[in-house]
Structure formats: structure tokens, C-alpha cells
Write a protein that binds this ligand. Structure first.
Ligand SMILES: Cc1ncc(COP(=O)(O)O)c(C=O)c1O
Length: 388
């Protein structure tokens, strides 16, 4: 397996403001909200030589197979509030919110996606009774497109890569259409910043689960990076003046735009085609608003190949966690980091310490999952209860 592991030469001690407390209470009003599982994976921990490996499994979040709804829901709500100039209160659940907003219809949400964010925006649009128009790069797996269409979205396949899909979606903005993008560009920064805020709920949940179980908080946290919005949420949480673990970000080798930017000293574009099976990470350019947090707060930048992701999917399946290709990237990155001589000389001995990996998606392409793992995703970690 080929990997590229580098320390972040731009790392500094900047402290970032903690996210607004209103986010957690907003998410609690979303349908089927509950904290996702934080699991202990002792076999993988032993294999890696770490004292404890915690896995935050974002494989089922509000009924969707990735974490993305946390950002899409909060940013959509904030964008609507800005659009109508007030909070559409009172509402206690999503049906009441939809009723309060029904006067806006016909109304649309648009975005670009490599799968999960678009599905989350489509889901949000359906809950609110709005239309959704999603722009996707050429070559996206039909299961991912179908999942968005099943939410009622119109999906447009753009002749180009993710960055081309982003450009097409930006043209949709109008009085009756809000663009809810998870990446940013000059002049479009507020909504992606709210997407980042929404993701921070994951880290709040992790702290709460660890506090209530009495386990140690992680010494090393590994997070996958596409445009870096999710990592920006991790940095917001872990560099806001409290606990400050080592943070490593993982990318595919041919879409390592955060690593390339850090090494170049400023935002850099990694041209496509980006063909990794870790499709959620196939991005050529970090998000403009994520970048200041990435450059300042990430300690290690790790690029891995697809074989590393496949191996991590199988390891996680053996620990009863269904991780899709992108979801498994963090474990692949942890293994690459600990296996890198230069890095392990600088990282404290992990044999009595805790590492945390965020598994950001489940089997978003079930056929591809079965090809890699050798078993269908719904046979992994199945719980059988005897009936008498
Ligand atoms: C499952 C999954 N994990 C991680 C990421 C990376 O998030 P970001 O693009 O914010 O870095 C994505 C992005 O689409 C994703 O779908």
C-alpha cells in the first residue's frame, strides 16, 4: 500500500470560538435524532498497538447512512431564517416547521455533491415539502443517485468533476432557491460555515459518551477530509481552549488537496480526475472557510490509497461496524500514520493511549460494499434475538 504522511508545517496555537449552543437543541428537534454509537474496537486496537480504539459510527444518522444531515439540516434552517428575516418559531417538530414555512412554496434547495451531502439536502427538502435539485459529477454510482431521487430530488449529472458540479449548483441561487453547499467560494461563505457548525454535534456527543462511561478522552483523533468542512468542525471542537488531542486528517492519494495546500503554504488545487473509491473525499480544493482552521489546527496529514480503504472496511466489518469506502478512510489513515517511521517517532507511544476514528458513512453503495468485504452490509453485526 502506498501512503504519504506529513506533519502540517503551518500548525499554530490559534484558539477557535466554540460553536453556538443552539445547534444541539436544534438537532434534538429533528426527526429520529439520537446520538450515534461510540464503540470500542479492542481487536483492531491490539493489532494497531494502541491501548484503546474508539469508533464513532456515523453509519445511521437520522435514518441516513452518513453524518452529513447534521450540517445540511442546521445550514438549511439558518439559510431559511436569513431568507425570511426571522426564526419560523414556534415549532417543536419538523412537521410544525414545515407548516410554518409552507407559504414559501414552490421553493427549492440546491447543492452539488459526491453523494452524502446531496442526499442530506434532498432529505431536508422532502421533510420541509420543498423541491431539491442536486448536481453530481459524471461517473457517480447509480445507487447514490437513486438514493437522492428516492428523496424526490431532481439529479443533474454534470459533465466534469465535483468542482464542476459545485460551479453548476451555484448558478441555481434565486429568490425561490437556496443553495446549501458544504464547500465555500469567494462571496459564498455563510452557509458552508453553518454546515461546519452543524457537524460539531458529533464531537459534543463523543465527549458526552466518554464522560458518562468514565473512559479516557482520546489522545489521537483521525478524521477524513474532502473539502475539509468536517475537519474544520473537529478543529473548532478540539482547538477551542479545552482538551487538545493530536489531530490527523486523511485524504486519497490523488485528491490530497489539504496536504498539498499545507505543503505549498497556501490553498492549492490538485487537478483531477479524482478516481478514488473514497468518493466523499474526491475533492481538488479545500473549502475557503475551512482552510484557516485546517492550516492552523491539524497536526498530521495522511494520504492513503484505495487498498488501504478496502482493508479498513474489512477490519471494521470484523468489529461489527459497517463502514463504506469513505467511512473507512479514518481507520486506514490511523494505520498509515502509526506505520510511518517518521511520524511514530514524533507521536507519543500509543500502547496505553486512546485513539478515536470517525467512521463517517455506512454502506452507501451496497453492491460495492459486498464486493470489498465479501458479505452483504446487512449481515454485519447482525443481532439475533431468540423468540420463545
Ligand atoms: C462520508 C463522508 N465522509 C467525509 C467527507 C468529507 O467531508 P468534507 O468534504 O467536509 O471534508 C464526506 C464528504 O462528502 C463524506 O461524504
Amino acid at each position: 500500500m502506498t501512503t504519504k504522511v506529513t506533519p502540517n508545517p503551518l500548525r499554530d496555537d490559534e484558539v477557535w470560538p466554540a460553536p453556538p449552543a443552539a445547534i444541539a437543541s436544534f438537532h434534538r428537534r429533528m426527526p429520529a435524532y439520537s446520538p450515534t454509537l461510540l464503540l470500542d474496537a479492542p481487536e483492531v486496537a491490539e493489532d494497531l498497538g494502541v491501548g484503546r480504539l474508539l469508533v464513532k459510527a456515523e453509519t445511521r444518522r437520522m435514518g441516513l447512512p452518513s453524518f452529513k444531515i447534521l450540517g445540511a439540516s442546521w445550514a438549511t434552517y439558518q439559510a431559511i431564517c436569513a431568507h425570511i428575516g426571522t426564526e419560523p418559531e414556534p415549532w417543536g417538530n419538523i412537521n410544525e416547521l414545515a407548516a410554518n414555512l409552507s407559504y414559501l412554496k414552490p421553493f427549492k434547495l440546491a447543492t452539488a455533491t459526491d453523494g452524502n451531502h446531496g442526499r442530506a439536502v434532498s432529505f431536508m427538502a422532502r421533510l420541509l415539502g420543498f423541491d431539491a435539485h442536486i448536481f453530481v459529477p459524471a461517473g457517480m454510482a447509480s445507487a447514490r443517485i437513486q438514493a437522492m431521487e428516492n428523496e424526490g430530488a431532481v439529479v443533474t449529472i454534470v459533465d466534469g468533476d465535483y468542482d464542476d458540479a459545485v460551479a453548476s449548483s451555484a448558478l441555481e441561487a434565486s429568490e425561490t432557491c437556496l443553495v446549501i453547499s458544504d464547500t465555500s467560494w469567494p462571496g459564498y461563505e455563510t452557509i458552508p460555515a453553518q454546515v461546519i457548525e452543524g457537524y460539531t454535534t458529533i464531537f459534543t456527543e463523543i465527549d458526552e459518551a466518554i464522560d458518562s462511561s468514565g473512559l479516557d478522552h482520546p489522545d489521537l483523533v483521525v478524521v477524513p477530509m474532502g473539502v475539509g468542512a468536517f475537519m474544520a468542525a473537529a478543529i473548532t471542537h478540539y482547538r477551542s481552549g479545552g482538551r487538545s488531542p493530536i489531530v490527523a486528517g486523511v485524504e486519497p492519494l490523488d485528491a490530497n488537496c489539504v496536504q498539498a495546500s499545507a505543503l505549498a503554504g497556501d490553498l492549492a488545487h490538485v487537478p483531477g480526475p479524482h478516481r478514488s473509491i473514497m468518493v466523499g473525499l474526491n475533492c481538488g480544493m479545500p473549502s475557503l472557510i475551512a482552510w484557516p482552521r485546517l492550516r492552523s489546527g491539524v497536526d498530521w496529514l495522511v494520504a492513503v490509497d484505495d487498498d488501504a480503504a478496502r482493508a479498513a472496511m474489512r477490519d471494521l466489518a470484523n468489529s461489527a461496524v459497517v463502514a463504506g469506502e469513505t467511512g473507512a478512510a479514518s481507520l486506514a489513515g490511523l494505520r498509515a500514520l502509526l506505520g510511518n517511521e517518521a511520524a511514530s517517532a514524533k507521536i507519543p507511544d500509543m500502547s496505553d493511549k486512546t485513539a478515536l476514528v470517525i467512521v463517517t458513512e455506512g454502506a452507501t453503495d451496497p453492491a460495492a460494499y459486498e464486493d470489498v468485504v465479501g458479505r452483504p452490509h446487512d449481515s454485519i453485526g447482525r443481532v439475533l434475538t431468540a423468540m420463545r
